[in-house]
Design a protein around this ligand. Sequence first.
Ligand code: AHR
Ligand code: AHR
Length: 479
Amino acid sequence: AGPCDIYAAGETPCAAAHSTTRALFSAYTGSLYQIKRGSDGATTNIAPLSAGGVANAAAQDAFCASTTCTITTIFDQTGLGNHLTQAPPGGAGSGTDPNGFDNLAAADGAPATLNGQKAYGVFISPGTGYRNDATTGIAIGDTAEGIYAVFDGTHYNNRCCFDYGNAEPSNDDTGNGHMEAIYFGNGGDGGAGSGPWIQADLENGLFSRGTTASNPGLPTMSSRFVTAIIKGQPGMWEIRGGDGASGGLSTFYSGGRPGGGYNPMHKEGAIVLGIGGDNSNRAQGTFYEGAMTFGFPSDATENLVQANIVAARYAATSLTSGPAIIVGSAVSLRATTACCANRFISHQGATISNQIVNTTSTTALKLSASWTVVAGLANSGCISFLSRDTAKSYIRHFNFQLLVNADDGTQLFKEDATFCPQAGKNGQGNSLRSWSYPTHYFRHFNGILYAASNGGPQDFDATFSFNDDVSWVVSAAFA
Ligand code: AHR
Ligand code: AHR
């Protein structure tokens, strides 16, 4: 059985079922998600390997070989058509894609394995979001519903709002009680420790309990995989959760609705993923699977869903591909575009550019083009580049330009300075993918270094020559 077979057996069937990693019904053989590639704009759908099975990640890898791919649609597996697509602009603002839409997730940003088989989750960077404003069967008004999702407990921030659940079809904040979504991150009222926490986004508030106050019974959920549950019915609601890879669920809140417009609720039945109700889109997180139900699921039903998630055996897997770039080594990085194959990534102060460097260059120039490889500051499965001439200073992206800056100790800096080497997009060397924005790669453009996305909104995102501009031959450092 899959999670939605379990919800059906508990008489609270799924009204929406979303996953890029696996079928959520044992009989489901349809498409899980659609991807679009950068090279020619073609799309394809990814299905499970077998009925009820894990996604065919090899089909994605083949389709996206030597280019970039984004996730364009996350299909609803219930048959009700509640698919998630690129989120439109809302009351809180726009995204940077055409017509103010939010960005799409990189198709390869969140690899994992399920029972040893590779699959990809949905890696939501700030600016990324999915939505459905014309749903069928999702709870409205004060009607009961349950929501579960599996997230990455190591990928979050405190911005608004990494949500999955019920929101407004107008893309606007229409008032207290007009949302009922799972929120995951270290924003909001919170609980014990420093977060992230599972909370409810009920509109104009991220709630941990029935009042606007921290909930000391709400634990930090930092396991690699987290099962998160919010459910609500007239007059009461609950927060439940557990480790998505082992053990059972606990109930962290069960009780009344907050005052001030949240009782009765005014649910409107749209679905958001990765954004707030009004398209607040500065949050981040990773989504692997989730569903929304008709009715208020019993704890017993949810406990069986959790057992099913644990039995799927989610596990972390490698974030890198291509030639290994060894932690502890010192490297220089050579461009491979025909114009510039004698040029190396070099910095002058904060600015990073492509400079001609060779054995006859000055020691100062050689040092400016030399980097010590260290474990990724934000994720040790990836790497960071420490300058060899400027203490405690690393290559990081800022407004998607690459800079050499001193580590300021913030989580944002660590994330901005973490890159996951991939096989070079043009077949040479490596492409250096941002951990926190996996649509973005080290790219030279008019001689300056950026973290560029293929076909994105900036001039340095131009598709022309993208694969060559993002491919670097990594060798022993000049100095
Ligand atoms: O409730 C938190 C957020 O407040 C909602 O997601 C958003 O619509 C509003 O800005
Ligand atoms: O480079 C993109 C973002 O720009 C970085 O994450 C942040 O530091 C800056 O706002």
